[in-house]
Design a protein around this ligand. Structure first.
Ligand code: NDP
Ligand code: MG
Length: 416
């Protein structure tokens, strides 16, 4: 028996209801990565609810072809042209289009859909994400480097295109939800939580000889290698401060970081009346991903239910910026402006790759970033980018400087 009130609400929703029955159209940039995989896990829970236009990867043609077939995507694109033949072969007879090269990624990202999942890692995601915004698609943004490299440009472009940037980063997704319909003027503080990473309880001396394997053991999240290293240096939280500044239009003094090892409180917003709204959940990326894909509605997320009686004790600590200078550095870059955050990001990408390759020590990562900003400033590169092309050119120049710093570091002196 359907009660009257249910019948009325079903009826009055009939226009929305029809739309709700239509599959939502999405594209997944970085489909083979950690964000991509979690996105696919959400889609798998809702057969028929989503239609996939494009899936992209860097060079992993086989996985991408498998994903394209599984999701029945219209087009699969890899950035690295060397994989073109394998992609075409793997997709032959399926009717799925195959393409390769950066331009093809940008073209695919620019196909209008409801939501583009921006899950490419690093500044390589800038042009595809911009194409998605310009085509009028909402962007579910995991690729925080877009905002760190060129935040003002992205926010302005999104406003012009009339699209919503939905934060997929778990902290920012929590803040987005905690802000609800409240006025940003009423916000006293936005507090981002940080797990503290694998070196939370290590000394600086121990961190000096930390190996990639040590840093890749994240205590609560399973993610791609670059962001996992960023979590170990706390650079990730620094990048997230910059990300929050752009997403929520707040200045650095309204942004705080608190270490919360259990990763249950995903972040919080404190208001001037003394109320704090926190968003809690299991540490599982399917939560923010699901929120973005279903927004402004909510979809069912099977198996993800928080039971606070089983979560145990929740603890909160102040971050130690002496031990983790990347956090201080990111704040300083935020104060200095868009040029400094762009350089910070580029130098960090270079330094993380060098650390993973065994060429520099763990503590060198933040030093390389700091030195690169200084060298770039003295070279007159302290002009904030006003287009994505400017941002990419500053990014290239900063990488060149950062690589020189890496080359100047003798690994034998860093690994005691
Ligand atoms: P991964 O390294 O796991 O995946 C990166 C994806 O991007 C892969 O699909 C990769 O393709 C593709 N890719 C890499 N380089 C390029 C390039 N030059 N051109 C085109 N595509 C490229 O990263 P994550 O999924 O961990 O992270 C993605 C982004 O999301 C990052 O910005 C990260 O900070 C952010 N994020 C991630 C979270 C997570 O839980 N993982 C949480 C919050 C934010 P291929 O497989 O072929 O190399
Ligand atoms: Mg995060």
């Amino acid at each position: 028996m359907v009660s009257d009130s249910e019948a009325v609400s079903a009826d009055s929703n009939s226009v929305d209801g029809d739309q709700a029955d239509q599959p939502r159209r999405i594209s997944i940039l970085g489909a083979t990565g950690s964000i991509g995989t979690s996105t696919l896990a959400v889609l798998d829970q809702h057969p028929g609810a989503f239609e996939v236009e494009a899936v992209t990867a860097f060079g992993n043609a086989e996985s991408l072809a498998r994903i394209a077939k599984h999701t029945r995507a219209r087009i699969a694109v890899i950035a690295d042209r060397r994989g073109h033949g394998s992609l075409v072969q793997a997709l032959s007879g399926t009717g799925i289009e195959a393409a390769s090269g950066e331009d093809a990624i940008i073209e695919a990202a620019g196909r209008p859909v409801d939501t583009v999942v921006a899950g490419i890692v690093g500044s390589a995601g800038l042009s595809p994400t911009l194409a998605a915004i310009r085509s009028g698609s909402n962007v579910a943004l995991a690729n925080k480097e877009c905002l760190v490299c060129a935040g003002s440009v992205f926010v302005a472009e999104a406003r012009v295109a009339g699209v919503t940037i939905l934060p997929m980063d778990s902290e920012h997704n929590a803040v987005f939800q905690a802000l609800g319909g409240n006025a940003i003027e009423d916000v006293d503080k936005i507090v981002l939580t940080a797990s503290g990473g694998p070196f939370r309880d290590w000394t600086r001396e121990a961190m000096a000889s930390a190996r990639p394997d040590d840093a890749l053991k994240h205590p609560s999240w399973s993610m791609g290698p670059k962001i996992t290293i960023d979590s170990a240096t706390l650079m990730n939280k620094g990048l997230e401060l910059i990300e929050a500044h752009h997403l929520f239009a707040v200045s650095g003094d309204k942004l705080d970081v608190v270490v919360h090892p259990q990763s249950i409180v995903h972040s919080m917003v404190s208001y001037r009346d003394g109320t704090t709204i926190a968003v809690l959940g299991e540490p599982d990326m399917r939560l923010p991903i699901s929120h973005c894909l279903w927004w402004p509605d909510r979809g069912e997320n099977m198996g993800l239910r928080l039971d606070l009686t089983k979560a145990g004790r929740l603890t909160f600590l102040k971050p130690d910026t002496n031990k983790f200078p990347a956090l201080r550095l990111a704040r300083e870059a935020l104060e200095a402006g868009g040029w400094a955050t762009n350089i910070l990001n580029a130098a960090n990408e270079v330094a993380v790759a060098a650390f993973l390759a065994g060429n520099v020590g763990f503590l060198e990562i933040a030093r390389i970033a700091e030195d690169t900003i200084e060298v770039a400033r003295s070279a007159g590169l302290d002009r904030s980018p006003s287009t994505v092309a400017d941002a990419l050119s500053l990014d290239r120049e900063s990488r060149r400087i950062a690589k020189e710093r890496v080359a100047g570091i003798d690994t034998r002196t860093t690994h005691h």
